[in-house]
Write a new protein. Structure first.
Length: 178
């Protein structure tokens, strides 16, 4: 009984993948065993890998998905190139680069900074998934209402905030760290 059901699910999943723009040209293969879908193949971006998982998860009758699809790096792409591509995607998405920055370590992109907009943070995460070579995105962007852009802070305010931070550090005494 499982065999026929698995065959039907596999045909359904494969047909869905094969007709979906943006995924059909990759030659992704799906195998179904006991209601568990095993996906295999290559895509260019983390976004496409996530899109595939989301698409397949909508098929009724699937118990679980093992997404074995890997992200192609078109040869040897290093973290500097990944970071540059992420910055390009952030900029193309209208993200304020004064608020949110990125760094890639081993294909994992860390978004850092502050934003007063949850929408901007989500857009930054989504933009980073579109860059080639990104295997995962971790947001370390803090959400703070009412924060001011660095350009709006006066030199005097910046100096005083740094002095106050130094005074609050327990290892800081008389202008020296111990």
């Amino acid at each position: 009984m499982h065999s026929n059901h698995d065959k039907e699910l596999q045909a359904q999943v494969q047909a869905l993948i094969d007709k979906t723009n943006g995924l059909k040209d990759y030659g992704i293969k799906a195998k179904v065993q006991n209601g568990e879908v095993h996906l295999m193949g290559l895509v260019d971006t983390l976004r496409e890998r996530r899109q595939l998982h989301e698409l397949v998860s909508r098929v009724p009758g699937i118990r679980s998905i093992e997404n074995g699809v890997t992200i192609s790096t078109d040869g040897q792409i290093n973290d500097g190139e990944v970071t540059a591509e992420v910055y390009e995607e952030l900029e193309n998405s209208g993200i304020n680069l004064k608020n949110i920055g990125a760094e890639s370590i081993g294909g994992t992109v860390y978004l850092r900074g502050r934003s007063d907009s949850q929408e901007e943070i989500q857009n930054a995460i989504e933009a980073a998934t579109r860059a080639r070579g990104v295997r995962d995105v971790i947001s370390q962007v803090s959400f703070s209402t009412g924060f001011r852009d660095v350009d709006d802070i006066t030199l005097k305010e910046l100096f005083h905030s740094q002095v106050n931070n130094d005074r609050e550090d327990p290892d800081f005494k008389d202008g020296l760290f111990e």
